[in-house]
Design a protein around this ligand. Sequence first.
Ligand code: ZN
Length: 483
Amino acid sequence: MTCPAACARLAGAAALAAPSLAAAGPQPYSVAPALPSPLVRPYTALQWETFDPAAATNEVNSHTIYVHRCVDSDCTVVQGTTNSTTDPVHSSLGHGVLSPFSQGDATWQTVVACMQEVYAPFNVQITEVSPGTAPHFEILIGGRPEEIGLSAGIGGISPFSCMPYIPNSVVFVFDVWGNKPEEICATAAQEVAHSFSLDHCIEPSDPMTYFDYKGRRHYVNAQIQCGSDCDQNHRSPLGVACTGASFQEHPCACGGGAQTQNDVQVISALFGGGGATPPTVKIVSPKIGDTVEPGFSVTAEISDDVAVSSAELRVDGALIGERTAAPYSFTGPAPLADGTHTLEVTGYDNLGAPGRARIQVIVGPGCKAPSDCPTATDVCVGGRCVAGPEVTGGLGQTCNMQTDCASWICAADNGSRYCVEACQPGQCPSGFGCRDDGMGGGVCWPGFDEHSGGCVAGGGAPIGPAALGLALLMLRRRPRGAR
Ligand SMILES: [Zn+2]
């Protein structure tokens, strides 16, 4: 098979990753790759960056990522060698003025909080304040790709290189995601990490993927197959041939032929690990599934190994209130439509590391059947409309951590880990049973038979310490008697 032009660029880029960095010449410069078709979601793109290899060494020149909300005309971009420290910024990717970020303050704050949480494992500061001429990585969030001369349909774009990092990189998240802060955050996390030499990958819960995911994406600490970004001609955005499941796998762009990359290892190698232990947050009132009245109160217990600096309440993602000292009690919004609503309390420690707890409550009569729910894939558990088994992160989906689940409850038993929902007996949908969580409550567990106290497909009834709201809820088997 003949080698497409992009292969030559890959080969050139791979050569730059060799130890003799200073000897390597500038990389060839390419136009943006053709967009895959059909577009199932706004696609992100990456583009080889030309810059002086001597500018990047293995020692990263900044630990700051500036998330830049475009306001007025302050997201002006001048074509040139990428540089976040000039005013206006320079970018190899385009030229023009991005219009302001169109979503509201609540959406923006969720994006910032998400980026802070996603980067909490690393020695990286996420800031909304411009570092000015100090070295930094910058994510411009706003406007449309056409405004800087790029194709419509691009959701975000980054320069790309196999250098360890692109100094003072400027990446873009366009205002095409609507009011979806998790998608905006995941795109920001993906684009900036392209500046750290990371390619796309096939793990849906990792921000480097093109695959859909319901829930917050975090960089995964495992060797993950590169791909997810292949078009109908089975080519990656950089022109590499795709193979494997659904022709969505390809070698990693900077792996010297390797099929996998470990995002956490790559980012940690650049920046080092984060030091802050996030606060522990527990919503004590209301309880999961409670029916609440307008203006209800929300109380949380927040603790930290050093100090809790502040706390926030969000209802369905919108910021409702802030507290800078205990007690962490809030008043919920007065008007809320009948249905299921998500309460989230975030506690920040003295270093800004966030810890979160999330529960769902009911306004009005609550659902009696899935047909009462607004989303076709929802199921009804105890009056709450919750993400069902067909949805990634929905009830019964496998999980590794709390944030993999729409419910934010990832329960484990004998190596099996599932997203679950809190329940009382008789409340779980078909195929699930309400299994004792060892704390006087229960969770909907796949295949559990409430009547026999056992699982249809193996497993038993649990006892033991367990706490709703922990990242991982451990279900323990009850000692087996006669059976
Ligand atoms: Zn990308």
